[in-house]
Design a protein around this ligand. Sequence first.
Ligand code: HEM
Length: 142
Amino acid sequence: MKKLLLSTILSISFISSAFAAHPQCGETELANIMGNMKDNMKAIKGAAKADDFEKINAIAKQLLVDVQKAEQYVPLAISDKKELNQEQQKEFDDYKNGIANLEKAVTSLTTATNIEEQKAALGKIGKAAKKGHKAFKMDCDE
Ligand code: HEM
């Protein structure tokens, strides 16, 4: 009985890894850039809690550099190859629009002149990320 239980557990974990979204899920250059963006957002949110205008402004500039980099990479959910077919190219254009939307929000964070404007920009960034992930981010656990 114990053996059966063990082999069942092993086969379930094997099946779930065999059906993982993609072998490169979470390991792409884009995932790496997004991970940096997450760290910067965490630091910005901490600074926002402390109403630290200067700190938010400084980190926002670093965040903007990563957002501009992210535009060049094709999400894994669209393709794992450089050559895109017509349909994939259309999806990639949509992705780039989503990143442009995020870039606009992050730019407004860098040009905000007071903490209220910064907080409004943070709300827009959160919305852009949610929308972008819903459309283009693969769930690595699936
Ligand atoms: C400041 C805003 C954002 C933050 C903090 C953020 C953060 C993240 C994080 C933490 C991941 C997971 C990385 C990993 O697996 O290690 C991720 C993945 C991803 N994000 Fe974002 N994200 C943001 C905005 C966006 C936007 C606007 C889009 C699309 C228009 C987007 C598209 C994606 C995609 C496609 C992936 C999967 C990477 C891949 O396909 O290889 N993200 N993001």
